[in-house]
Design a protein around this ligand. Structure first.
Ligand SMILES: *Cc1c(COP(=O)(O)O)cnc(C)c1O
Length: 382
């Protein structure tokens, strides 16, 4: 980030790359010997900066990266990332040449797509590295293998694997509820895992096919079901310091979202504040205008239901959050002054509370921090 832009000091995200590295090390330490580590860096590394985080993971010796789509993968290659990259989402077969040229691993989610990639490869006379994705209960992408579909599903995987030009490096599935702490969620996760293992067995027994990399553990499973690590784990959330409620692994959040107080005004009782007049002062109030709004990633749904750490303590946010600004009650916080910093989320302003206020999850808050918010990388020391 160039200094000049940061010097305008409006709203910015402080990213602690040392924390990312320490989280990586802590997760890695919790894994069984020989287990590979895939770092999920989709959606701009959950808002933290895909290239910065990927470069760090490459340097740390992570085994794989995952992104959601071809454009994200190409950005990493253009940025000099040479380690293996898996695309978790769909790539139209017409881009098979780009996948191959850039040595990117593509997820295959059904027999029809396996044929499309294989045919595209045949025209190019080149091979494509793939991981087959199995739908064991997420009901999103993947070969259907549940219940009556087991035989047909496993036959389809075998048929896909036998197509020419595909290098079948991996097989994986994704959990729907591995991060939920109810007996029902646990049963669902165990059932998904068992089905996944049954698919792997059937594909081996019926088709003689084995995969070098079997993986299923997202952050929830890394924390709650360590024995599901198999050949590789696939965490995103944990890497950024979240998702380990009992702090078993020992992680810390890597992002702080900060803004500044643009101005402070004193209002008489009965004054309406912001769009829609959702808040009215009930006494003489000292109100700060913060230089952050929903166009920076502050969720409008949290209007009037969140508070932020200021120099003088916690300030209640009042009135509707606007596109570029929002207001906060500084009446009893005299140390909060014009120009002073306000933490919107970070060590002192809990992102979970902000997410709850907005009826969402911290994942969404993290990847909603918009492009206009400069990322300031601090603390990368060797
Ligand atoms: C996003 C994603 C992950 C990472 O999930 P976390 O909960 O952030 O660990 C893993 N696998 C797949 C297929 C994903 O889409």
């Amino acid at each position: 980030m160039d200094e000049l832009k940061f010097n305008t000091k409006r709203t910015w995200a402080e990213i602690d790359l040392n924390a990312v590295r320490d989280n990586y090390t802590a997760i890695r330490r919790s894994l069984p010997d020989g287990c590979r580590f895939l770092g999920v860096v989709k959606a701009n590394a959950y808002g933290h900066g895909a290239l910065e985080v990927s470069s760090l993971l490459q340097e740390c010796g992570a085994d794989y990266l995952a992104v959601s789509c071809l454009d994200e993968a190409l950005d990493l290659r253009e940025g000099g990332i040479s380690m293996p990259i898996l695309i978790l989402g769909h790539t139209p077969a017409e881009y098979t040449d780009l996948l191959i040229e850039n040595d990117i691993t593509q997820t295959v989610t059904c027999l029809a797509k396996a044929y499309e990639y294989s045919e595209a490869c045949a025209k190019l006379g080149k091979t494509l590295k793939v991981h087959h994705k199995i739908d064991t209960g997420m009901s999103r992408l993947g070969y259907i293998v549940s219940g009556d579909s087991f035989e047909e599903g496993t036959d389809n995987i075998i048929e896909s694997c036998r197509l020419p030009y595909l290098i079948n490096e991996g097989i994986y599935t994704h959990f729907a509820s591995s991060d939920e702490y109810t007996a029902d969620a646990e049963k669902y996760t165990l059932d998904q895992f068992e089905l996944f293992m049954a698919v792997i067995r059937a594909v081996k027994e019926k088709g003689g096919i084995e995969f070098e990399i079997r993986h299923c553990a997202n952050s929830g499973a890394v924390v709650n079901y360590p024995y599901m690590a198999l050949d590789m784990v696939r965490p995103g959330y944990l890497l950024y310091g979240y998702g380990d409620p009992e702090n078993r692994i020992g992680l810390r959040p890597c992002m702080r979202l900060l803004t500044t107080i643009s101005t402070i005004k004193h209002y008489a009782p009965g004054t309406c504040v912001s769009y829609g007049r959702k808040f009215t002062t009930d006494r003489r109030m000292r109100v700060g205008v913060l230089a952050a709004g929903y166009a920076d990633g502050l969720p409008r749904a949290a209007s009037g239901k969140c508070s932020f750490k200021t120099a003088g303590g916690y300030a209640r946010q009042i009135g509707s959050i606007c596109m570029d600004m929002c207001m906060a009650d500084l009446t009893d916080l005299p140390e909060a002054e014009v120009g002073s910093e306000v933490e919107l989320f970070g060590p002192e302003s809990d992102i979970n509370k902000l997410a709850e206020a907005a009826y969402t999850i911290p994942y969404e808050i993290l990847c909603s921090v918009t492009k206009r918010v400069p990322r300031i990388y601090k603390n990368l020391s060797d």
